[in-house]
Write a protein that binds this ligand. Structure first.
Ligand code: ADP
Ligand code: MG
Length: 735
């Protein structure tokens, strides 16, 4: 049979997602709808957190753990055996048979290797055992994880080390459950092979420098923590569509696909009522995350059709990063129960919005958020000091901030007229900008613009307190009331490295500003005078980084160039800057990354870029050669047969002839583009990972786009029932 009805079968399957066809996969949906959400019981049910430890551990052991958690004191190894025993008992009660050290290698995702608690005993039976040594240290073969030259494959030894500050948790699967212990991952030589170690080091550096700065303000022994709240955007499509798209399955995004007649222009999806199936899915995700102690707070539709967002309440940066990984894992895992696939890629669909992961970041002590301006920021010198430190850090390290979000998937977002531009700048809003301008002009600020009350013109509606400034959606780094929102991270990426960068550059900034203040104080200048002068000076120096306008506009591109701000458009432009002397010195000085650790990250990022694009190039060629071209040729064949027959009947065939010509030309175009892509895919692009990365960016990406252009034109002329792939029209709108 020449024609394919695959698309119609797919649509039918998508519509019948609740039926037997899915092997009962949707069985949990009715449960999700029916089971009440008892948050107090659910929350942390599957974590070995403080409450559980207090009940199960001897007092002095519990206190030792508490000191580590709250003060960052090193944990006495002798408590490990006691903790391990309690942890094991708890896990066995939950039904776990295995444990794993859970870590975050430089692939950006997570890894685990399971061990059973089982220990055979003399009678031919077995007992469950787990001791302190097994809790503290694991020794996975590290040779297959990326190390970027930190370790040759023959030196396979790597260690995982228990992170007592992130609670162990139980992972449930259909078949049973296991205990998962958050760990750090290092090489045999002690170099960080993961994203957790540098993050913890950066939090420590920031805490040290912030404590020192606070002492100048008369705050003694402050324990400062970096806090993060990552918002996760994602797409949901029917799983049936997902499996019928080799590009989604292998690369996470559609490599071909014509724009649908309707995209997001009606703006009716954003914050719209959440479709039932999606809501059931989200509630199930929330239930699982609550059990794991992840404080998910908000859920809503996003801008593009089929796009959604979920966000937790902020936590300390390390916990937030672990929980963010659990969020991604849970989204992917729960979706199939509802016949859905969760797409976490930055740009699953061309022509509609991509997905980001806004990283809300701040720093605070137990009693105050250091980025809280209060109602009268002009009087809040401590806030102005910390805010100035942020501006200084961002201005100085635009390159590093940009590099921390550089990867192939994000190239489709940044600077593509939707996500923040690739230029890094800071949005401060009307009120703060005004305060800083006063300081810049007069050396001091005397007033803060106030918001007032907003009347809505109807007596039945309340008067609303109005903020002193509007929001801005286009800034990559926006002050949003009491935190900065870094909007450039991609939806699929770990937030660890972006957070590590923010913490480290802020540590440096606070260090240098405190040193400058110390020098003035030593000269006998009063603290108030020294502070005011320092802030005024800094504001003058770094004000070019502040931009409150439309970040998507061409004017901003021009203006930013005039201001001398960096515009690192692609991943490779940004990665080039990573191992510079400036960045090397920064990371070394604050003990966050050694020179070799930084180099290795650079190398791995290049390698991942190259491999990602390479796989995309190969997948595009496969699909074009084995799906698109054959469909077009089948159609052409039918057209030619029809033309032949009409000719024998002596019928005039102008329209038919023209159609044959159009399809024939597109087939030519496709053939040429495909040949060119196949040739580029076959090129190695040199010996080094560096030259390979440039080869795929400069040669494979354009060749892929040419194939896509031909395929997308064909999609518009080849009959629906010949087309072998679910279309955007189907994927984005069938819910
Ligand atoms: P919006 O971005 O729409 O203003 P929210 O105020 O709810 O929304 O904040 C979004 C995210 O910022 C949430 O994850 C929230 O927990 C987080 N957030 C709030 N305060 C802080 C803070 N001090 N540090 C880090 N993240 C924070
Ligand atoms: Mg937000």
């Amino acid at each position: 049979m020449p024609r394919t009805t695959a698309r119609f079968d797919t649509l039918a399957a998508a519509r019948g997602w609740e039926g037997e066809a899915r092997n009962g996969a949707a069985r949990s949906a009715p449960r999700a709808a029916a089971e009440p959400m008892d948050i107090e019981t659910l929350f942390g049910q599957h974590t070995f957190g403080l409450a559980e430890m207090r009940g199960r551990l001897p007092k002095q052991v519990y206190r030792a753990i508490l000191r580590t958690l709250e003060h960052g004191d090193p944990l006495d190894p002798s408590v490990a055996d006691v903790v391990a025993l309690a942890m094991k008992e708890w896990a066995l009660e939950k039904g776990a048979s295995h444990f794993t050290h859970w870590f975050q290698p430089l692939t950006g995702s997570t890894a685990e290797k399971h061990d059973s608690f089982i220990t055979p005993n003399e009678g031919g039976g077995a007992v469950a055992e787990f001791n302190g040594k097994e809790l503290i240290q694991g020794e996975p073969d590290a040779s297959s994880f990326p190390s970027g030259g930190l370790r040759a494959t023959f030196e396979a030894r790597g260690y995982t080390a228990w992170d007592p500050t992130s609670p162990a948790f139980i992972v449930e699967t259909g078949a049973g459950c296991y205990l998962s212990i958050p760990t750090a991952f290092a090489s045999w030589t002690g170099e960080a092979l993961d994203t957790k170690i540098p993050l913890l080091r950066s939090m420590n550096a920031l805490a040290t420098q912030a404590r020192r700065a606070l002492e100048l303000f008369g705050v003694r022994d402050a324990r400062v923590t970096a806090t993060c709240g990552p918002e996760q955007e994602f797409f949901l499509i029917d799983q049936e569509f997902f499996y019928r798209r080799p590009d989604l399955v292998t690369t996470g995004r559609t490599l071909i696909g014509a724009r649908p007649p309707r995209g997001q222009e009606l703006e009716d999806h954003y914050f719209g009522s959440i479709p039932d199936r999606v809501l059931a899915f989200m509630m199930e995700v929330e239930r699982e995350l609550y059990r794991l102690g992840v404080p998910v707070k908000t859920r809503h539709n996003e801008v593009a059709p089929g796009q959604f967002e979920m966000a937790p309440i902020y936590e300390n940066a390390n916990l937030a990063a672990d929980h963010q990984q659990l969020m991604m894992i849970t989204l992917r895992k729960v979706a199939p129960r509802f016949g859905l696939a969760a797409l976490l890629h930055e740009k699953p669909f061309a022509g509609v919005n991509g997905s980001g992961k806004h990283l809300n970041w701040s720093l605070g002590t137990e009693s105050q958020n250091l980025l809280e301006p209060g109602d009268t920021p002009h009087e809040n010198m401590q806030f102005l000091f910390f805010c100035t430190a942020v501006l200084r850090a961002v201005d100085r390290h635009q390159d590093l901030i940009r590099a921390s979000v550089a990867h192939a998937g994000n190239d489709h977002r940044l600077g593509a007229n939707e996500a923040p531009p690739a230029i890094i700048s800071v949005f401060l809003g009307t009120q703060l900008t005004d305060v800083l301008e006063q300081i810049e002009r007069a050396g001091t600020a005397t007033e803060s613009k106030q918001g007032g009350l907003l009347g809505l013109g109807s007596p039945v509606l309340p008067h609303l307190p109005q903020h002193a400034g509007d929001r801005n959606r286009t800034s990559p780094f926006a002050f949003t009331g009491n935190k900065f929102e870094f909007r450039a991270p991609g939806s699929s990426q770990s937030v660890s490295f972006p957070a590590t960068v923010l913490n480290t550059i802020m540590a440096e900034s606070l260090d240098e500003l405190s040193t400058a203040l110390d020098a003035e104080l030593a000269k006998g200048v009063s603290f108030e005078d020294a502070l005011r002068r320092l802030i005024a000076e800094e504001v003058r120096r770094v004000k070019r980084i502040v931009f409150n306008g439309d970040g998507y506009s061409q004017e901003w591109q021009d203006e930013a160039a005039r201001r001398g701000l960096l515009n690192l458009r692609t991943t490779l432009d940004a990665l080039e800057t990573l191992p510079s002397d400036k960045n090397r010195a920064l990371f070394e000085k604050y003990g966050v990354l050694t020179h070799r650790e930084l180099e290795s990250r650079h190398e791995i990022a290049l390698d991942q870029y190259f491999k990602t694009v390479n796989i995309e190039g190969e997948t595009t060629a496969d699909m074009a050669g084995t799906m698109i071209l054959p469909a077009a040729v089948r159609y052409l064949n039918d057209l030619v047969a029809a033309a032949d027959r009409t000719r024998t009947l002596g019928v005039e065939t102008r329209g038919l002839t023209r159609t044959v010509q159009i399809v024939n030309e597109l087939v030519d175009e496709m053939r040429d583009a495909l040949d060119a892509l196949v040739a580029q895919n076959a090129e190695l692009g040199g010996e080094t990972v560096h030259s390979k990365a440039y080869h795929v960016r400069d040669n494979v990406v354009p060749a892929m786009l040419r194939v896509r252009a031909a395929a997308d034109r064909l999609e518009k002329v080849v009959p629906d029932d010949y087309w072998p792939l679910p279309t955007y029209r189907d994927m984005l709108f069938v819910k």
